[in-house]
Design a protein around this ligand. Sequence first.
Ligand code: ATP
Ligand code: MN
Length: 611
Amino acid sequence: MLKDSFRIIIRVLCSFFRSETMKLKARLVAGGLFLTLVTCGVLVLNGNLRVAVEFTADPASGQGAGRAAQAAEASRYGGKAAFGPGNKKLLNEEYGVNSNVSLSAMSSGQHPNLKSPEKGLQKKSNVVEKPPSPTVDHKQLNNNVQKNRTSPPRYAGSKLKILLRHPLYRIPERVSTSDYLLKPARWLHATPDERKYIKLGENSEEEKRHKHKKHHHSKSIKKSKEKDLPAPTYKSEDILNEKKPWRLLQFGITRSSLYGRNDPNVERVLDALRTQEVTYVEMKPGGTQLKLFMELADTSIGMFKPWRWPRDRETPPDHFYFTDYERHNAEIAAYHLDRVLDFRRCPPVSGRWFNVTSEIRHKSEDDKLLRTFFVSPVGNVCFFGDCSYYCNTEHMICATRDHHMLEGSLAAYLPRWQEAPRKTWKHPWKRSYSRVKKAEWEVVDGEAFCREVRNTPPYDTGRKFGDLLDLAVYDFLMGNMDRHHYETFKAFGNNSAPLHLDQGRAFGRTTHDELSILVPISSCCSIRKSTWARLQLLAREEYRLSDVMRESMQSDPIAPILTEPHLLALDRRLRIILNTVDECITKKGAENVLLEDQEHIENILIPKPAQ
Ligand SMILES: Nc1ncnc2c1ncn2[C@@H]1O[C@H](COP(=O)(O)OP(=O)(O)OP(=O)(O)O)[C@@H](O)[C@H]1O
Ligand SMILES: [Mn+2]
């Protein structure tokens, strides 16, 4: 049809001209007209006229709908990222990018993640084709994982909600006033009579000792002299007027957990970690890999760990547990697992996208950190910081999206050291952290080693031995071999739950179950009764661990947090724990295996074994 009308137009035009040259000119004019009409028609049909105009204006900048998408992304994260030529300008100014390599790579403008309608047109233009970008195509990788995963089972309703309504998750917690960690919290929970004895305005002797040390007030984490900062002092009115969720969450810390089962401040704090503006950034000293302190607009502090690997990357089999990279998603998953197991000993952790430039570099005054920023050959902003492992150009941390955006985890920070000092304990089943040596527990008789631990303070009384067994369950499920030490709050002495911190090396392998992590359970033939009961529940179809974990993590801004094979590994390892305990019970009898809970919970509901 189009062809016919084209011929008619040409014939009509030709009939007006006699000479052959004029006829040829007429043909050309008609051809031009026709092409313009068809192009416009197609573009109007696609609703892309605006894009085409914009693209024609500056074909080399690779702008258009892609830019609109990028701008929307930038505002969503509150970043001040500029894109297209703006992006070039920003990088130029900020990072002194002058090299043609960086600029030409950037001016191709097309991040592999962006589906933009002008891609086809770009090929026709004179833009020189750029070599394939080595940028990690994170979205694509996530998609691949999704494609490869055995699809999650379908079921109606929320298994997580049903689990949390189970009586095992509603066993009353006996908390007395003195079980609260912070003085204001003790004051809040005290009777008017008891309040007279809680001296709110006064700091403890230890706090006073530090009070006179030099410290920086301008930023609460400035110079990271966390231990030198004084503990806050209070008046009762302050406490009653306290509205900040992160502070109220800290008021809920007790001897046995970091937050109550129904504390609404957990969700509020997670929300703040996701959305509050980053106001100050500094490297956290200590530890082996890069971590950042981040102060947020609500004055809370978060601990940031960066994205390092795609979710489906397995720890290479030859890697030692102590050389493995930390994974930000493992920190997030570990928080959810801790909560699902009802331990509540790990502070809330959320994922978040960060603008490396506006939310990290611009917010830091830390020279050691700032001098490690640069722009990679494909125009992604990178840095590596200063630490003892992997803080070098070979292990740079680079934006994976839109040149500036990087995923990370942000953990709610525990109360200040001066307000709540902590004690570090060596884990009795600590590994050797040597390429050649084995730890003592690996070479001696397991049962004898366990007896010795059990008879040695602080594991001979109170809750601590049960806590070690809980830690074994937790770490075995995640495949975390990196539990060299653990911390408790000094204020609680020997009788307090361990803090579940530093799970960055968990969730490294999907097909391997590291049985040595389970040695405290298998060689002591012991497990805490309430933990065993909950594990049995989580092995049942209606509460399946992988399903409640998937559900618990799906609201995270950077979900999916774990790939499907990692979730399935959780179910498999859960069965291994239960089988180990079953064998022990057959051998030694339930009364010798199941450890009564510290709270002496009578009538713990023991679920029927899973089918
Ligand atoms: N949420 C938190 N709040 C307060 N302090 C924390 C928090 N998370 C971690 N820490 C403290 O920071 C220390 C280092 O953190 P983490 O262990 O996660 O880093 P790391 O680099 O893995 O350290 P390491 O190399 O020693 O294992 C912890 O031992 C703990 O004392
Ligand atoms: Mn660690």
